[in-house]
Write a protein that binds this ligand. Structure first.
Ligand SMILES: Nc1ncnc2c1ncn2[C@@H]1O[C@H](COP(=O)(O)OP(=O)(O)OP(=O)(O)O)[C@@H](O)[C@H]1O
Ligand SMILES: [Mg+2]
Length: 262
């Protein structure tokens, strides 16, 4: 494999189990012991420069927790994260919530550089933000709009523009199309594909949608209960899954193998 941009080794994250009964009775769930569980339990993988690695697995398997640690947003309890670039950015599932409703689209995008301006002037930041809008194909006439005046797909373009503003080497996409309708999903995937080519981005791509991962990622890892149970070339993995769990996940997309053979 070519040079890595990200390597994670034996990542672990434990959370306290939430006790619904106690919560309902109004007791503080953070006080007084409580059982813990490993949301991420010894996860290792690497992403090569220019690669898109897929991460799939059922709800609660630990994908977002892994993503947040890989992005440097959450501290692991154990393990190592080696990032060989300067910037990594995360894009989330719900674009409406990711944008401040009080800000204009342009202000939201500029925010991506305000705290790490690297000596850029306000004008330079503005120019770069307008360029980012162009890269994600958001018309400049949208610059003064607020998030409520955008469609879900347009909001997601704006959050992607904000994420690429600082020119990250790695983008961590956590279910970025899950809140969108299928036709808009396809446009966002096309956008990510283009950015990957034009900016040489590496991507960690998390999705419930195995068919999307199949089309977008050359390699993928399958998570189950905090662990990676299978990892490899996506085509192989989807056609000949070794693990029963991966096979069960694939049963949700029965025509996938036929799609692949086209
Ligand atoms: N801050 C937290 N405190 C306590 N438990 C948490 C916290 N964040 C996540 N969890 C729990 O950790 C487990 C893994 O969550 P995570 O969000 O990583 O799963 P996921 O694979 O992303 O699921 P989904 O596909 O639904 O997004 C879940 O059981 C979740 O409830
Ligand atoms: Mg998640």
């Amino acid at each position: 494999m070519s040079e890595p941009i990200l390597e994670v080794e034996n990542l672990k994250k434990t959370f306290r189990k939430r006790n619904r009964e106690k919560e309902e009775r109004g007791k503080d769930r953070f006080r007084g012991g409580g059982e813990t569980f490993a949301a991420v339990d010894g996860v290792s993988f690497s992403v090569a420069k220019g690669e898109s690695l897929g991460l799939i697995g059922e709800s609660g398997s630990g994908k977002s927790t892994t993503a947040r640690m890989a992005a440097g947003l959450l501290r692991p309890d154990a393990g190592e994260i080696r990032f060989y670039g300067r910037h990594r950015q995360m894009v989330f599932q719900d674009p409406m919530r990711a944008l401040d409703p009080r800000m204009t689209v342009l202000q939201s995008i500029e925010e991506g550089l305000l705290y790490e301006s690297g000596g850029r002037s306000r004008e330079q930041i503005r120019r770069q933000a307008l360029e980012a809008m162009e890269l994600v194909r958001l018309p400049q006439s949208y610059a003064g709009r607020r998030s409520r005046e955008l469609s879900g797909g347009e909001c997601q373009r704006a959050t992607i523009a904000r994420a690429i503003l600082i020119r990250p080497e790695l983008l961590i996409c956590d279910e970025v199309t899950s809140a969108l309708d299928v036709s808009v999903q396809a446009q966002i995937m096309e956008l990510l594909n283009r950015l990957r080519r034009e900016l040489g981005l590496s991507i960690l791509f998390i999705s419930h949608d195995i068919a999307l991962v199949g089309g977008f990622c050359s390699r993928a890892a399958v998570m189950y209960q905090g662990k990676i149970v299978e990892m490899g070339e996506t085509r192989e993995l989807l056609r000949h899954p070794r693990e029963a769990y991966t096979r069960r996940l694939l049963e949700a997309v029965p025509d996938f193998s036929k799609e692949e053979e086209k």
